[in-house]
Design a protein around this ligand. Structure first.
Ligand SMILES: [Fe+2]
Length: 402
């Protein structure tokens, strides 16, 4: 059902719209960037050498937290040079929901937007009422002000919500009119009253929007933080919107063919019937980069590509590898496996997992024939980790469906 996006400096997938745009006037080509899960931590809230920050680094999932100012600078430089029409930030803008992080990030987004590049944001689960917002400047983390739903709306309304043609009353969901035949509808599933779900009120609002757009042959691309479709058959709980089934049904009913999401921190496209959900990997993790949707002049054809930042890639790869090793070694040590083989199995799992996160695994046959995979079958064939790796390898052997 799924197929990984092959990520290279510019790996390209193309897909034709199933939605015909009924316009006779010529349009310009458009370019949208997708920058998910920045998890930006204000520089005023940590000291790189503090015990609390070092602890977070050693237990985190490989985010390049302290490199984020450099990554944002690279994003800004690229944006000003290439001048995309829109940059979408589908949530988890802040590290752990610190209000100060949101204020600092707003300055960067304002610089981009003031250059004539429209910035659209929605909140992620880390951005609203997150309980772990902390100052990491000292030995111990100290609680700092987090972001209420109202704080988020007030701070970020200039990025999409305020200039929308319509917005929901109970969430940061809105429709941005890109052109007379193309809308972007942002669907916020991270409200205080229903974290992780699209509320009934928001869904009713969305349905009204889509009913109008389908009648008027306006193509709609939706954006969510959590995924609308399962990006991994084994690991999807907590990654998809709680009521994703209902949401997907509505999107399909009204002819939406593309949803853009983040949250899972992996590069993957899920497909269900006519609907595709492209999950773009976190811009804070290896390989540090962002997605690009290029829209043809007739607004019918689109391509999705990745562009990588030319900063900190070596360190980011090392950090992600270490993170994956840290997760898998304790499991292998519990089993009675010779040390040398356990290390080979861990290295194998890290490599496959890394390829899964980055979407760079296009041919799994060499992995399946390897000695290391035989060790996995022999020593841990009944384990969750084995099933998880097997699922990745089997999926990538399927033909490309895009
Ligand atoms: Fe998230």
């Amino acid at each position: 059902m799924n197929k990984r996006i092959i990520t290279a400096a510019l790996a390209c997938l193309s897909f034709l719209s199933g939605c015909a745009a009924d316009v006779s006037t010529p349009h310009e080509k458009l370019s949208f960037w997708i920058v998910p899960d920045l998890h930006f931590l204000s520089e005023s809230l940590y000291d790189e050498n503090s015990a609390s920050f070092q602890y977070i680094l050693s237990t985190n999932d490989g985010k390049m937290i302290e490199q984020m100012p450099e990554i944002l600078e690279a994003l800004k430089t690229e944006a000003l040079a290439q001048h995309p029409d829109l940059i979408l930030f589908p949530g988890d803008l802040t590290f752990n929901g610190e209000y100060q992080s949101l204020l600092d990030l707003r300055e960067c987004l304002r610089e981009i937007q003031s250059a004539g590049i429209k910035v659209l944001v929605i909140p992620g689960n880390h951005d609203i009422a997150y309980p772990s917002a902390c100052d990491l400047s000292g030995d111990e983390p100290i609680t700092t002000k987090n972001i209420s739903q109202n704080d988020f709306t007030e701070t970020m309304k200039e990025f999409g919500y305020e200039n929308s043609i319509s917005h929901a009353d109970d969430s940061f969901s809105y429709t941005f009119e890109v052109s007379d035949d193309l809308w972007i509808t942002a669907l916020d599933a991270n409200t205080e009253k229903a974290p992780g779900s699209l509320t009934e009120e928001t869904l009713a609002w969305a349905e009204k929007q889509l009913n109008y757009s389908s009648k008027h042959k306006i193509r709609v691309i939706t954006m969510t933080h959590q995924n609308i479709l399962k990006q991994n058959e084994l690991l999807y709980q907590g990654f998809i919107v709680n009521n994703a089934g209902t949401a997907a049904k509505i999107l399909k009913q009204y002819g939406v063919t593309l949803n853009l999401s983040g949250h899972s921190h992996l590069q993957h496209t899920a497909v269900s019937g006519t609907l595709k959900d492209i999950c773009t990997e976190s811009s804070a993790l290896y390989p540090l980069g962002f997605g690009i949707i290029s829209v043809d002049a007739d607004h019918r054809g689109m391509t999705y590509t990745k562009q990588l930042f030319d900063v900190s890639q070596t360190e980011a790869e090392k950090r992600l590898n270490e993170t994956l090793n840290r997760q898998i070694m304790p499991f292998l040590k519990e089993k009675d496996i010779p040390q040398e083989k356990a290390e080979a199995m861990a290295a194998f799992a890290s490599e496959v997992n890394l390829a899964c996160f980055t979407g760079s695994l296009s041919d799994s046959s060499s992995y399946e024939k390897s000695e290391e995979w035989k060790y996995w079958q022999q020593y841990a064939g009944d384990s969750f980790w084995y099933l998880y790796l097997q699922q990745i390898l089997q999926e990538t052997a399927q033909p490309d469906s895009l």
